[in-house]
Structure formats: C-alpha cells, structure tokens
Write a protein that binds this ligand. Structure first.
Ligand code: 5GP
Length: 191
C-alpha cells in the first residue's frame, strides 16, 4: 500500500535542500503534495509548485467544505494539505510526500484511516539554534521580527521530535541526504 511520507522540521533547517532531489528518484515512487497557504509568495516561489497561494477567505472556504486533510496556523498564516490530491495518489499506489509542521502531523497521526497507511515520519533538526538563525538570516526571505518568531517556534518544534520514527540532524548536507536515502531505501523500496 502507498504511504504518506511526512517531513517536518523548523523553518530554515534545510528540509527542501535535503529532500528535493531524493524524492524525485523514480524508484521511490513518490509525489510531492503542494500545500495551500495564506502566506505571501516569496520572490523565488512559483504558484502551484511551491504552494497554492490563497486568501484567508479561500482557505476558510476549503476548511468549511472539508477539502483539507489537515491544516494549521503558523506565525499568523494558514497552511494546509488539500485532501483530494492525497486520496487520488494513494489510490493510484503512489507514495505522497508532505512537508508540514507539527500540528498538522498530529492531526494526521490522530486520523484512524491515515494510521492504516503507516505514515513514514521524519524530523529534520538543526545542529544548533545559532546555526538555524544564521541560515534564516542568510536566506533574506523574512524580516528580523519574523525570524525571531520562527526561532521561538523551532524551539517548540524540536521538543516534539519524539513523535517521529526518524530524526536527521542537518550538520552537513551530504550526510543528512545520505541518511534520508538510507531511510527511503529501507522503508520505501519493495522487498
Ligand atoms: P514556510 O513559510 O517557511 O514555507 O513554512 C512555514 C512552516 O509551515 C514550515 O514548518 C512548513 O513545513 C509548514 N507547512 C508547509 N505546508 C504545510 C501544510 O500543508 N500543513 C502544515 N500543517 N504545515 C505546513
């Protein structure tokens, strides 16, 4: 049966850099779930590829009509996973990769049907919070007040790492990628 692959980790930890190319390898039979968000689009982001960028009204409509698999607020914005895409891909037998935050993960773990799909949960943590702050500052996508909020959020998120089957520390990118490949080989390749 196809599985949900759930990747979490603080903002700026380097999640995308780690998983981006790995999830594209055909042998893992994965597809990426594009989330919906009310956050403003960053310069380098593309609609429908990085996120579906919507208004708060559109997001509320999706929630009220049962169109979201899970959703959460993260620093004043809504983020969530559209349900239909997941249902379709899982039915086709394709594993779906979700990059979400902890409250969304908790909703998925509490869902009896989704539990049956044996979600593969992976947490990516920074080597240190000083390292995380440096990364967030270097990417120049948020102002300092938001960076501070994201660091506070990160401290809370790291405390939840016990919820995950695997934890990867992003100290050196190649090593973190190797660890993710080992996890995917073990969990997703047909025996
Ligand atoms: P960012 O603004 O940096 O793109 O994302 C902020 C946080 O929201 C990150 O921790 C990211 O993983 C999380 N996130 C992205 N999409 C979703 C989603 O669909 N659901 C939930 N619950 N969190 C999401």
């Amino acid at each position: 049966m196809a599985r949900l692959v759930i990747i979490c980790g603080p903002s700026g930890v380097g999640k995308k850099t780690i998983y981006h190319n790995i999830i594209k390898q055909p042998k893992y039979n994965c597809v990426y779930s594009v989330s919906m968000t009310t956050r403003k689009k960053r310069k380098d982001e593309k609609e429908g590829k990085d996120y579906f960028f919507v208004t708060k009204k559109q997001f509320m409509y999706a929630i009220n009509h049962g169109l979201m698999l899970e959703y959460a607020t993260y620093i004043d914005n809504f983020y969530g996973t559209p349900k239909k895409f997941i249902d379709t891909e899982i039915k086709k037998g394709i594993n779906v990769v979700l990059e979400i935050e902890i409250n969304g993960l908790k909703q998925i773990l509490a869902n009896k049907f989704l539990q049956k799909t044996n979600p593969l949960t992976i947490f990516i943590q920074p080597a240190s919070f000083a390292d995380l702050k440096k990364r967030l500052m270097h990417r120049h996508t948020e102002k300092l007040s938001i960076i501070k909020k994201r660091i506070e959020q990160a401290k809370w998120e790291v405390k939840a790492k016990k919820l995950f089957k695997y934890v990867i520390t992003n100290k050196e990118i190649e090593k973190a990628q190797k660890k993710l490949i080992d996890i995917f080989d073990k969990e997703l390749l047909k025996k």
